[in-house]
Design a protein around this ligand. Sequence first.
Ligand code: HGY
Ligand code: MN
Ligand code: MN
Length: 394
Amino acid sequence: MADDFERMWRDLEPVGRASASGGYFRQPFTTSERELAAWFVEQAETRSLRIETDEIGNVVAWWDVGEGPGVLTGSHLDSVLDGGAFDGPLGVVSAFAALDLLRERGFVPARPLGVSVFVEEEGSRFGLACLGSRLAAGVVTWEQARELRDHAGVAFGDVAEGGGSRLLDEVGTFVELHVEQGRDLVDRGAAVGVASGIWPHGRYRFDFTGAANHAGTTRMEDRTDPMLTYAMTALAANKQARLAGQRATFGRLEVTPNGTNAIPSRVIAWLDARCSSDAALAALVEAITDQAAGRAGRDGTRVEVTAESVSGSVSFDAALAALVAADHAGGDWPVISTQAGHDAGILSAAGIPTAMLFVRNPTGVSHSPEEFASMPDCLAGVSALADTLERLAR
Ligand code: HGY
Ligand code: MN
Ligand code: MN
């Protein structure tokens, strides 16, 4: 199994990797991500799996044995900008390796076993997180999705063929293995964990509008500077999140005209907010919005806030999580929550019994080239996934 996993890992390693940072740029429907999608189909074909694709870019490959609703496992192959190697691909490679391991064990499932990839999980190109799985689950319509645009103004409807998706019709249970995006397993000394739930989280676009003017000849008291309103909002967001024990990040900014010697006319900033409850998320976003509006009043600027992507609180099926976590050689696997969104959260919220496995990340870092998981832990994850699939498809 180790050779099998390592070969697949080497296949993916160079694809979409930036030489300077070592990070990955695998945005959906770009050359590197499409190369990974082709790799996935090739891996499915070499295992004689039945390949089902929808018109959005999602793919499911079925081992057609047994009967009834299948057990599906997989993750995503797209990355954030300058992302790590493991977020997404670890779950896909582990899915193929776990299926191979079950075949090596001579296990014949009583239900079909599938391996899946959902497209645009990160929402790093078209802005809506888990776009592929939301469309597959029917919680977003094609008419809504096709109008989503990337930084260059290209619409999702221009790159994806479009329409509905029936891929989940055959799915009885979904399991996603994912690198942990934090240090919980490190601190517990555990290689593998199980997810209890996902914090609610959202992405909000703040449009700050002011008046362009000369950086030198305009007196400070005469300015209507949207950058100032943005800066104070970013500070307020950080303070509000700290005070409430929640998470708030401004990581993306667009300045117009973005000139060194000109007061900007407009600043667009995106807030990523994550909270321990839906009510806390609403309260945090409201507090930040109120402070932005208050500051805009003092600066003479205007601010407009648009929710672009909101994911409600997810509690995974507790009985399923307990079944997955219990009775292992080294003891029960820890059951832990996460603040990172996943396709598993979308499928769970759509009513499909879903479990997540986490693999230890000694750096605790993610959405960065520093993200890491050791090979022994990755292989422990494959064995854990195979054991889980055997338990669920027996
Ligand atoms: O942003 C997230 O929470 C996830 O990594 N897509
Ligand atoms: Mn991910
Ligand atoms: Mn991610």
